[in-house]
Design a protein around this ligand. Structure first.
Ligand code: ADP
Ligand code: MG
Length: 404
């Protein structure tokens, strides 16, 4: 995607407002406890952008949302533990202000010198944030000379700190560009959307087809083959007349599933067998059997070994693979096999020079659980945002950034 990044601006001596994704898990929900950050992956992920800007003479004003506070009174969602962790990781003090905008924030911003880092309070403490209140956005942009968005996971939402502040920065003549993390997402997912190399194989799974009909429609335009696993495969198979027993089947989506199959004969590849069980539980006994053999008391919870072989063949020689949605109920070890094996096959393809891009929150978690995140070309950090981008939608937080 043709968007400017921080290497296209000169931040020397400037104040840069950076929308980061510091939506990290916390140790407690009790504001009386000493709340700490339990997983700092997202803070670490922002460091390349922050250090680049600092090394090039900027002062930073950082903003993020954190959790889902009902109001500014929800003190367990205050940014203080994040400021502490960030300070440790950056190896320099972080000035934490107790408001998102207002006189205290403005005064602290005005006093910043190159190399200083300031963190604003949780953007969702401001009721205007989610409404993309232009006054709030103007106050955010008003503290800085430049706007950088490095929070890909929030780019599908037009909020004051995403779309609004970028717009406000433009209105006052300053640049609005992508950070390194955002740039990496745009590069990897943008290739799949705008000029994918071929053969391009998409893999779809997860629980529901109804969530992803638009995505499948868009992938049918772009990909050569789409492999379907997970719960959504059940709905496709049921639409072809198979009795899926107690499997998750979306009755409301049967007609759409049928339409997709008829529209693209041969392009959609479905499972031929499944790992089934009598009940939906972590210690259910797994039996592998062909789809025709599924009995009325059974449910398909994973793809089977013959399906994996078939998918493996279809993936041979692929130049690009985009994967969204686990192949089974990967949360249960007995039914993680399809997902884990597929992840291994994909890691092998990367070694052969293919680009493998993973999108979707649970898919990223499944690849992480398999220990293969580092092997993939790109694992997107934005669940909803990555899916919307792959659907071909324009994301407001990206559309607003300066074009190259
Ligand atoms: P993502 O977040 O990557 O987009 P989804 O949210 O669409 O993925 O789907 C993930 C969920 O799908 C997981 O919780 C998994 O347990 C569930 N799932 C996968 N296969 C099945 C199945 N055969 N039956 C029921 N649920 C399934
Ligand atoms: Mg999910």
């Amino acid at each position: 995607m043709n968007k400017k990044t921080i290497t296209d601006i000169d931040p020397d001596g400037k104040k840069v407002f950076v929308r980061v994704d510091f939506n990290v898990p916390l140790s407690s929900k009790d504001p009386n406890d000493d709340i700490t950050v339990t997983d700092d992956t997202r803070i670490r992920a922002a460091l390349p952008t922050l250090n680049y800007l600092l090394d090039h003479g900027a002062a930073l004003i950082l903003a993020s949302h954190l959790g889902r506070p009902a109001s500014a009174e929800d003190k367990q969602f205050a940014m203080d533990p994040v400021a502490d962790r960030l300070s440790e990781l950056l190896g320099r003090p972080v000035i934490k202000v107790d408001e998102v905008v207002g006189p205290e924030a403005a005064a602290a911003a005005a006093a910043l010198k190159p190399g200083d880092v300031m963190l604003l309070e949780n953007t969702r403490f401001e009721p205007g944030e989610k409404k993309n209140d232009p006054d709030l956005a103007a106050q955010m942009a008003g503290m800085a000379d430049m706007y950088v968005d490095d929070a890909f996971g929030s780019a599908h939402r037009a909020h004051s700190s995403t779309e609004g502040a970028a717009q406000a920065m433009r209105a006052k003549g300053g640049p609005a560009v992508a950070g390194f993390l955002m740039g990496k997402e745009l590069q990897a997912l943008g290739t799949a959307v705008s000029n994918p190399p071929h053969p391009y194989v998409a893999i779809m799974g997860g629980a529901k087809i109804s969530d992803k009909i638009k995505l499948i429609d868009n992938l049918l335009q772009k990909a050569d083959t789409i492999l379907i696993g997970g719960g959504m495969a059940n709905t496709f198979l049921a639409s072809m007349g198979y009795d899926m027993g107690k499997s998750l089947v979306e009755e409301d989506a049967l007609a759409e599933a049928k339409r997709l199959l008829e529209q693209a004969p041969g392009q959609l590849v479905l499972p031929v067998d499944a790992g089934v069980a009598d009940e939906f539980s972590a210690d259910a006994v797994r039996i592998d059997k062909s789809i025709e053999e599924i009995e009325s008391h059974e449910m398909a919870l994973d793809i089977g070994p013959h399906t994996l072989d078939r998918f493996g063949e279809k993936l041979q020689g692929a130049k690009l693979v985009v994967w969204n949605g686990p192949m089974g109920v990967f949360e249960f070890p007995a039914f993680a096999k399809g997902t884990d094996t597929l992840a291994l096959i994909l890691a092998g393809l990367v070694d052969e020079g293919a680009e493998v891009v993973i999108g979707g929150g649970d898919s990223a978690a499944a690849v992480k659980k398999a220990g293969l995140t580092e092997k993939m070309t790109h694992v997107s950090t934005g669940g909803g945002a990555s899916l919307e981008l792959l659907e071909g939608k324009e994301l407001p937080g990206i559309a607003v950034l300066d074009d190259k």
